[in-house]
Design a protein around this ligand. Sequence first.
Ligand code: ADP
Ligand code: MG
Ligand code: MG
Length: 513
Amino acid sequence: MSENILPSCISLPLSGKELEEIVSKAKDYALMHGICMRSKANFNPDNLQFAPFVLTPSLYPRKEFEKATKLQIILNKMIHNVAHDVDFLRETLASTIKVDDFTASLFKIYETVLSEGVAQEISLGLVRSDTMLETRKSCFSKSTCMPSRSFYCCVAMTITLGLLRSDYFVSDRNKILQVEFNTIASSFAGISSQFREFHSYILQELGHDDKVKYLPENNALAGLCDAMVEAWKIIGDDKAAILFIIEDVTYNICDQRFHEFYIREKYPHVKVIRQSLTEIFKEGKLGDNKTLIVGNVTASVVYFRAGYEPGHYHSENEWAARLMIERSTAIKCPSVHYHLAGTKKVQQALAKPGVLNRFLNDENEIKQVKEIFTGLYSFDKGEGGDETVKMVLEKPENFVMKPQREGGGNNIYGVDIPERLKAMDETERSAYILMERIFPPISKSYMIRPGGPNPPPIFDMVSELGIFGAIIGTKEKILYNRQVGHMLRTKVSSANEGGVAAGLGALDSVYLT
Ligand code: ADP
Ligand code: MG
Ligand code: MG
């Protein structure tokens, strides 16, 4: 684990009494401002719990934050072009769909609508590019995406220098690297947009009013919702609704409702309806001109907050519902090709030398995107899969193995990789990609969870920054392209994953330094 430690934004620990009081205030603030979720362990649809949170915002290098936010519109454009490149998606996912039924089912829908003729040329992308700060990046050779020969020597130097001058790392050493790019159900824009006020309140209560200015604005919720309404306006049917596709049980309900309520408050004439794929199968149909009709309402924009994992498709019915939506003239967020463009396999293919030139034509933009790619490798035999296996077995702790899944909890980490790989044949392993593990700097603060210890302990933690983007366009033309806000998720440094909805991470915000 990295030796880099980011200082906390205020001096910790807090005294017993001060801590007790601020934790109590923070919990109540969270409960009263919708920083909440439904409990998985004690599910009751009538109850909410506050979402896990970090008490004080985490330090984040301003330069890297600004880099990430500036890059977003380039990444939006890149993924939009990827999603509209039929040959690229076919080639890239050919071996994956032979072994991964879920991706294969999505791909079948894609091929079906392509052969029938796509009814809606416009796509809506509400995306989130997730990054972590890497404490060791300069040790990697970007052109080959392979660790350079001096890699281990560099690690040693990094650690030594880190012990001598920790400030050096905050400003110069930590660079963002992309963890993944989400093109479906990119969550937490709603709750994260409350976090600047939340952490401002905490800092003020602790007597640090002067520090509030270091918390950047975050309008992610407005940005995503305004883009949905923009798509709705393009269709131009005043009576039509925006349809949210939801799970059978929504745990992350506040985040979703924030979107709905924002739309209803700012655009009262725009209806929002919520249905699961199972309900759409029963109540949905295509009208004469392939308009999507749910009950007696036309849905002109479809926003998927479900449908990204196999568990959301209980039977062929849900797949039939997804196909029906895809066949309709509604603007989909995402269209199936956007969903496919967000797979881990596509992420790996984009990191291969020369591939980005197909999707971006400005050399400077290509360079900026390449800089945030970490080493990504294929397990396909025809794409050097045997070398990938050899490399990971030599130093498994430096890697993460990822299948084509979303929503957390699916990856295989470090020392678990060799055994899992051994149990797979060559075909099975090609459903996965291999990624170099990112080693982010450690921050320290109180992490507060419902039912957690009181007073809470101070943890060593690492953070993942997500930048939200909104894009609307056709293959030929991008009509709308914006960076709209951010989220910070923080987990205990020893945990492999930090999904907040999955119960492993906590919501946080950035304190720019
Ligand atoms: P998902 O689509 O399921 O969210 P991710 O690729 O984001 O999949 O992986 C889930 C989590 O695993 C991330 O949020 C992060 O905490 C951790 N993770 C993923 N890739 C890496 C990596 N290369 N290095 C370190 N941690 C990673
Ligand atoms: Mg994801
Ligand atoms: Mg993720």
